[in-house]
Design a protein around this ligand. Structure first.
Ligand code: A2H
Length: 254
């Protein structure tokens, strides 16, 4: 765990169609407002490669009126932080909650990942999502995140057990950057090399995560987007700024 505050990019994934288990009450509470599932990421430059999002099935989320006409789906803990950081409209610290949902209920929801090459993706379950970090919503970039890659492959192998429709996990990893050591599918390469069998292999996944993160940051070159050909280190803040300028992301610290 880093010392001092971690500066995340909170990306806004618009809900296009609720999954089959979202109640009529929740839909009614939201009314005509736009809903965004908001995910905290440290890798904004990889957002072109989003293939799905993850939630924890047992985690409780709230739907908060964050801005005019916008409802954000995040944990209460992060909503509180956002309200104190002035991210939400209204007085500092002021929360306007319209409904609650369990993670399990939003599985299969169709969303639009900001800057994603694939314009419509689905919400899937991940076992290791922490309610105590970020927003409790994780966007998935399986080309560059070992956790995301391994979880997506687990879900594909046992769709029934995870209670998902195979088509929700059908988007393949999308290359977004390349490094001399790991090529353009770093997460898959590391998971294979380290023989990581499942999303529960947390020790090995931590090792894979550290290696892909460092190699990507120091030696990565973008292979997609407006900053194609530029070092990841330079592209990272630029992609982040573009997303914020487009109203699709905000700076979030914790
Ligand atoms: B990262 P740190 Cl491509 N529970 O975003 C579990 N993991 C969470 C989370 C939560 N509540 N909230 C955020 N995360 C993930 C992209 C990414 C990320 C890539 C590569 C590595 C990577 C796409 N997923 O993270 O403990 C989010 O996944 C490796 C560090 O604060 C977020 O960034 O350092 C990262 O963990 C934040 O983890």
């Amino acid at each position: 765990e880093a010392v001092g505050p971690q500066e995340y990019t909170a990306v806004k994934m618009e809900v296009l169609e609720w999954g089959p288990d979202v109640s009529g009450d929740v839909k009614q509470a939201v009314g005509g407002k736009k809903v965004f599932m908001v995910a905290a990421t440290l890798r904004p430059e990889t957002m072109y490669g989003q293939t799905n999002a993850f939630v924890g099935t047992g985690i409780e989320y709230g739907l908060y009126e964050a801005k005019e006409g916008e409802v954000w789906l995040v944990t209460e803990r992060s909503a509180r932080n956002m309200a104190f950081q002035g991210i939400f409209d209204g007085a500092r610290g002021d929360l306007r909650k319209v409904a609650s949902v369990k993670g399990a209920d939003v599985i299969g929801t169709k969303i639009r990942p900001p800057f994603g090459i694939v314009p419509e993706v689905y919400v899937l379950p991940m076992e290791g999502v922490l309610a105590t970090k970020g927003t409790g919503v994780v966007t998935s970039v399986p080309s560059d995140s070992p956790d995301d890659w391994r979880t997506l492959m687990d879900l594909r192998k046992k769709a029934d057990m995870y209670k998902i429709k195979p088509e929700w996990a059908a988007v393949d990893p999308i290359p977004v950057l390349s490094t001399p050591k790991f090529g353009d599918m770093a997460a898959e390469k590391l998971c294979t090399e380290l023989k990581i069998q499942s999303q529960r292999d947390t020790k090995l996944l931590a090792e894979a995560k550290e290696q892909t993160y460092k190699e990507g940051f120091y030696n990565g070159v973008m292979t997609i987007g407006d900053f194609k050909g530029e070092p990841v280190q330079e592209a990272k803040p630029k992609v982040r700024q573009q997303m914020m300028d487009a109203g699709l992301a905000v700076a979030y610290a914790e």
